[in-house]
Ligand binder design. Structure first.
Ligand code: ATP
Ligand code: MG
Length: 285
């Protein structure tokens, strides 16, 4: 059965693309899973990182045409396949189609219908890299269940973004097996500001979803992405290599919930309580 990981956060530049690429590579190489990275971002950053190319014959947009064949994943510089991101005008088209569909009173989301087609493919794992702007390309993949992974850059703006994301998670998770994990990225160890923000986040309602590991800010990440390699293949001895691999492992292994087993979801009474505590989180800001 195909499992999904959606890497998202409405904030830009927090590491969605870097994490998507590393998770896909870890799953494919270390865990031997047939893995597809789906780039949903019109910036096409993960498509470029994975292939070194900036134009593609076939892109994810073809999924929106239900009559057309499902586009095949292409080989990359990594061990996973890629469904390249939409060209910028196509990305806008997807968002407009969603709005039109909603305004005409249709209950189904064209983006969700399009992405659901991927569940019929032979891939064990699909990793979605999403754009920073809120919209159907961030929300639709969550409807396929699995894991929502949000990288958080620990600055004061993180609170607002995470509050919005958490509300979205609660809305979408109902009725699916969607799990939530948050991971600190771009940690600067001697930053007192960051330490304060992280402490506040860990003490809040979203604290229980935060991974223990924290990913430090290292130029290695930018260099590796430019070279089209995972950081552990560029500098295995860098401490971040081991930590990032551990994060990837936990994300992929966390998906292996046996069928028929209840997924990690809060019962209704806890949800209400969570909603109440969320207000406290807002008040701290
Ligand atoms: N831990 C890190 N240390 C240093 N640089 C990092 C780290 N994680 C990501 N970066 C770099 O920060 C920049 C933004 O990261 P990335 O593109 O992954 O973010 P994003 O959330 O996908 O951005 P966007 O919202 O534009 O899609 C890139 O240059 C990336 O290489
Ligand atoms: Mg990105």
């Amino acid at each position: 059965m195909t499992k999904c990981i959606t890497v998202t956060n409405q904030k830009g530049g927090v590491g969605k693309t870097a994490l998507s690429v590393h998770i896909a590579q870890f799953a494919a190489k270390a865990m031997g899973m047939k893995t597809l990275l789906v780039d949903l971002d019109g910036q096409q950053n993960s498509s470029f990182a994975a292939t070194g190319k900036s134009s593609f014959e076939h892109t994810v947009i073809e999924l929106w045409d239900g009559e057309a064949e499902i586009p095949a994943g292409i080989s990359t510089r990594f061990d996973f396949d890629l469904l390249p991101g939409p060209a910028a005008p196509d990305a806008t088209g997807i968002d407009e189609e969603e709005t039109r569909s909603r305004e005409s009173g249709k209950s189904s989301s064209p983006a969700k219908v399009a992405l659901s087609r991927l569940l019929t493919t032979e891939y064990d794992l699909i990793v979605f890299d999403t754009p920073p702007a809120p919209g159907p390309r961030q929300i639709a993949p969550l409807g396929l269940g699995g894991l929502l992974l949000a990288p958080i850059e620990p600055d004061i703006a993180a609170f607002q973004g995470i509050t919005t994301l958490y509300k979205l998670y609660q809305r979408v998770a109902a009725g699916t097996d969607l799990q939530l994990k948050l991971v600190i990225n771009k940690r600067i160890l001697n930053s007192a500001n960051q330490t304060q923000v992280i402490q506040a986040l860990r003490g809040s309602v979203i604290g229980k979803y935060m991974m223990m590991e924290e990913l430090t800010s290292r130029v290695l990440v930018q260099n590796a992405m430019r070279e089209g390699k995972a950081i552990w293949d560029v500098d295995r001895k860098d401490p971040l290599s081991a930590i990032l691999a551990q994060v990837c492992k936990k994300c992929v292994e966390g998906l292996k919930v046996e069928e028929g087993q209840p997924p990690e979801q809060q019962p209704e009474h806890q949800r209400t309580q969570v909603g109440g505590l969320l207000v406290d989180l807002n008040e701290e800001v």
